[in-house]
Design a protein around this ligand. Structure first.
Ligand code: GNR
Ligand code: NI
Length: 167
């Protein structure tokens, strides 16, 4: 097991489009385990491989309160979406920033699990938000890019200032 370093916005590597996984082999299973450990330690409710600089379509999510419901999504695809919800989102790659984003209220996702078996899941609420947020990462998109240019500019300035202090 290993903790993996998380890329911080505006690292350009966060804009990489991840490639589909050809086979769920030992290397992918080890990645899933390391990503889960990294997510729990952060702590966060989801993590996309993009955020740990691995550009493969792998996501882990656990929205439970007691870390009891780890889910792996390999090559996830949203096949249905319905409705709208607004959720205050955060991101491990944009620490300290929380902003409201509008997304689908309900999604049906198709993916492979950690064993490489196909499954479908209907999700709503926070799980639906998290699935959409993580698939965006695999497509090179970070949640702050849904905000206005004004808000994004302010966030970039705030992160740059914080980076100067921590450096
Ligand atoms: O830990 C996380 N919390 C969160 C809260 C609201 C909406 C989305 C998220 S995902 C985030 C972890 C993360 O950055 N995943 O990419
Ligand atoms: Ni994120």
């Amino acid at each position: 097991m290993a903790l993996l370093p998380i890329l911080r916005y505006p690292d350009p590597r966060l804009h990489t489009r991840a490639a589909p996984v050809a086979a769920v082999d030992d290397e992918i299973r080890a990645l899933v385990r390391d990503m889960a450990e990294t997510m729990y330690e952060a702590p966060g409710i989801g993590l996309a491989a993009t955020q740990v600089n691995v550009h493969k379509r792998v996501v882990v999510i656990d929205v439970s309160e007691d870390k009891s419901a780890l889910m792996a999504f390999i090559n996830p695809e949203i096949v249905e979406r319905d409705g709208e919800q607004v959720c205050e989102e955060g991101c491990l790659s944009v620490p300290g920033i929380y902003e409201k984003v509008t997304r689908a209220e309900r999604v049906k996702v198709r993916a492979l699990n950690g064993e490489g078996e196909p499954f479908e899941l209907e999700a709503d609420g926070l799980l639906a938000v998290c699935i959409q947020h993580e698939i965006d990462h695999l497509d090179g998109k970070v949640f702050v890019e849904y905000l206005s240019a004004l808000k994004l500019g302010r966030i970039k300035a705030k992160l740059a200032k914080k980076a100067r202090i921590t450096a």
